[in-house]
Ligand binder design. Structure first.
Ligand SMILES: [Zn+2]
Length: 344
């Protein structure tokens, strides 16, 4: 199917709320990883979200170019071109963009969509994340509100975050964050709802934090408290009505228990970000190939190796398939199997 347009993306999000499932939002940084997500979504018959981080986008532009806007456009363009060949809808999203990177990443991509719309072309991305969680809430929202207004004018969904996701993502560490910031309070959620609902008709996603940590840790390290989400949603509904309930995003969910994931979905999570687990699935397949065929991928003791084993297409193909399998496992965990709107 073509990339979901704004109406379809909104329908996807509403359908997830109504039917208590969530979309995997998988980070990609290359054609192969983007193709792996499409393959996994298609085989799991779930719609989904492909997302690019600032670091992933810079990587995609090439190590001597390192232009994150160019890399993001490049990946998005590829997905626009190939999505037609898969029987599911996919939306394109950009991940964490801190305030200091807005003018070098998020805004140029919004401008690119604005240019495309003037030329009668579809949006480049469906949604962008502004991560102002390192700022005091007021400063965070002072940036988020006008940004949401601008995004809404071009039918872009904005994701915002309050509270801090622990751990490290893309080299950005949340170290030293006070422990209470790992849990968004109902007061903060009310303030986010009040501020952003002032932008009439705009659609936004909210990453509230409930102990989430980026990266993966041994069991017991992470204390998830999905009830935080319930408390916040209840407070928002009580004050602003049922329609004000958030469309929530689950960051840093690697290694979470299935019950915790389901509980979070039941409280309104519609998008679960997945990066660490799919990175590992990809690399695991490459490592397996290299270790099994070390005498084919290497020229050992004056031998010539085996072109059939060191051709990057061979191990990247295995990696694509393995990552697609991990995407399918995510779809199952998120109760998304068979939920695609493509056939509806
Ligand atoms: Zn995140």
């Amino acid at each position: 199917m073509p990339i979901a347009d704004y109406a379809m993306y909104c329908r996807m999000l509403e359908r997830a709320i109504e039917n208590h499932f969530a979309y995997p939002a998988i980070n990609v940084s290359s054609l192969t990883t983007a193709n792996a997500v499409l393959k996994g979504l298609a085989e799991g018959r779930s719609d989904g979200i492909i997302q690019v981080s600032t670091g992933g986008a810079a990587f995609a532009s090439g190590s001597s170019v390192k232009d994150m806007v160019l890399g993001a456009i490049s990946i998005a363009t590829h997905v626009h071109r190939v999505a037609d060949r898969y029987p599911i809808y996919v939306a394109l999203h950009t991940d964490h963009c801190q305030a200091q990177l807005l003018n070098s990443f998020l805004i140029p991509l919004v401008e690119e969509t604005e240019r495309r719309r003037r030329a009668g072309l579809p949006n480049l991305f469906n949604s962008h994340m502004f991560d102002g969680s390192a700022l005091p809430l007021k400063e965070n929202l002072d940036i988020a509100v006008p940004l949401l207004e601008r995004c809404h004018r071009s039918e872009l969904v904005l994701e915002v975050e309050a509270g801090v996701v622990g751990g490290e993502e893309d080299g950005i560490k949340a170290e030293g964050a006070p422990a209470e910031k790992l849990y968004t309070t109902p007061e903060d959620m009310l303030e986010v709802a009040r501020s952003l609902s002032a932008v009439k008709g705009a659609r936004f996603l909210f990453a509230a934090t409930f102990g989430n940590v980026h990266g993966v840790y041994k069991p017991g390290h992470v204390k998830l408290k999905p009830a935080i989400l319930k408390d916040g949603q209840d407070a928002v509904e009580k004050k602003y009505g049922r329609d004000a309930r958030f469309y929530l995003v689950f960051h840093g969910g690697s290694g979470s228990l299935l019950e915790e994931i389901h509980e979070a979905i039941d409280y309104g999570v519609v998008k679960m970000n997945i990066d660490t687990d799919t990175q590992y699935a990809f690399t695991r397949a490459v490592a397996d190939h290299m270790l099994r065929h070390y005498d084919g991928v290497l020229k050992v003791d004056g031998e010539v190796g085996n072109k059939k084993q060191y051709d990057p297409r061979v191990y990247l193909g295995l990696a694509e398939a393995a990552m697609a399998e991990r995407v399918k496992a995510a779809i199952t965990a998120l109760r998304g199997v068979g939920t695609t709107l493509a056939s509806a």
